[in-house]
Design a protein around this ligand. Structure first.
Ligand code: CA2
Length: 144
């Protein structure tokens, strides 16, 4: 059976490519999903790419990733990265490894982006590479 890697995206990432290209690049989330599907095929894994603006959906999907036996989760929790103890608890609650992903490098931005609850529990963080952050994270997940 082909291993599946969940790629979970949080609030406002559905607007990628439409605003602030100088920070987040000009690729849409659909563009990134296409790149991930192409690279996943080369790596012999499958990706399941999702986006939500709701914190609890991300928690539910982390639980689902474990229940469905996903190999790993790539998680760009958007601004919930910096606020959500619920996500920290969920990542700690599941055995599925979670890799934190960011397009920008939050540590070089406003001070309120320097704290990452996701990063406290993730096995790895890939950030600051634009859309390529997702590809590098996918390669790391496939190698786990
Ligand atoms: O760099 C990242 O990937 C972030 O997770 C993006 C989040 C931000 O809150 C994190 O600190 C870093 C914001 C995503 C918002 O996406 C937008 C898309 C288009 C226009 C404006 C925002």
């Amino acid at each position: 059976m082909t291993d599946t890697i969940y790629v979970l995206n949080g609030p406002n990432l559905n607007l990628l490519g439409m605003r602030e290209p100088e920070i987040y690049g000009s690729d849409t989330l659909d563009d990134i999903a296409g790149m991930l599907e192409d690279r996943a095929r080369e790596l012999g894994v499958a990706v399941d790419v999702r986006q939500t603006n709701h914190e609890g959906h991300l928690v539910d999907w982390l639980h689902e990733a474990q229940a469905e036996g996903a190999k790993a989760v790539l998680l760009n929790a958007g601004a919930y990265t910096h606020t959500s103890i619920a996500l920290l608890d969920a990542i700690r609650a599941v055995r599925t490894p979670v890799i934190e992903v960011h397009l920008s490098d939050p540590k070089t931005r406003e001070p309120f982006r320097h704290l990452s609850y996701v990063g406290m529990a993730a096995v790895q963080t890939v950030e600051g590479l634009g859309a390529r952050s997702y590809i590098v994270a996918l390669e790391a997940a496939a190698a786990l």
